[in-house]
Design a protein around this ligand. Structure first.
Ligand code: SAH
Length: 227
């Protein structure tokens, strides 16, 4: 899973992420990242997930384009969302929006298994092939509409959505374990808030907003009517 090239750049990226976490602590409630998240950000070779023409920018703390007008998220946001999910080594996590597979790889460094669903067939296949070639055996990728979750392996200890919707998809709420956490952007256009949803033991939901963010839309037939 580890390639040793560009280690120094990755270390510099981690330093920037840590500084950004500190700078936003008043909004996120997180003054620092846990060691397991830092180690995961150090381990995953982001340059292997992006188009070659952007390779030089791989370790800048910015989002970058990937095929089909989609994006690989800013490393700080990947780290923050991972931290907010509070993943543990025995967890099974659902990701909606595989994209390049980078966020899935970061999670796979920490948890037992990542189930990731991507709407666009070609992106799903490319990510799956890439992750296999890199040696990740604890990530399953499928092509489909993640609005409906991935019922086959539900319930999940945590759910992360990397595309924005106006409201939390009902199937995802159902597929979250009681005691589990979901992290997702909510809103549309320029008004998007990174949001944490907690489902308690009585299956009641508690929601809190963390930070303004910018994600591509979660596509779903019922959502398009309202956007
Ligand atoms: N997590 C990705 C970045 C995701 S960009 C990474 O680390 O690279 C958002 C992705 O969500 C895009 O690839 C887009 O095609 C996908 N997407 C949009 N609507 C979706 C849906 N309904 N179900 C699954 N994936 C969706």
């Amino acid at each position: 899973m580890k390639t040793d090239s560009r280690l120094d750049e990755r270390e510099a990226m981690v330093t920037t992420i840590i500084a950004n976490v500190r700078a936003t602590a008043h909004l996120t409630g997180k003054t620092h990242l846990s060691d397991r998240v830092i180690d995961a950000m150090r381990a995953v070779p982001r340059h292997d997930f992006i188009p070659p023409e952007f390779s030089a920018n791989a370790y800048f703390d910015t989002a970058l384009p990937i095929p089909y007008d989609q994006t690989i998220s800013q490393p700080f946001i990947v780290a923050l969302m991972t931290e907010l999910l509070t993943p543990g080594p025995d967890d099974r996590i659902l990701e909606v929006g595989t994209g390049s597979g980078y966020q899935a790889a970061v999670l796979a460094e920490i948890v037992k298994h990542v189930y990731s669903i991507e709407l666009l067939d070609t992106l799903a296949t490319t990510a799956q092939t890439r992750l296999r070639a890199m040696g990740y055996e604890n990530i399953s990728v499928t092509a489909g509409d993640g609005y409906n979750g991935w019922p086959e392996f539900a319930p999940y200890d945590g759910i992360i959505v990397t595309a924005v919707a106006k409201s939390v998809p009902e199937p995802l709420k159902q597929q979250l374990k009681p005691g589990g956490t979901m992290v997702l952007p909510l809103g549309s256009g320029l008004r998007q808030e990174l949001t944490i949803i907690r489902k308690n033991a009585q299956s009641e939901f508690e929601q809190s907003s963390v930070l303004r963010v910018s994600f591509v839309p979660l596509k779903h037939k019922d959502l398009e009517k309202s956007t």
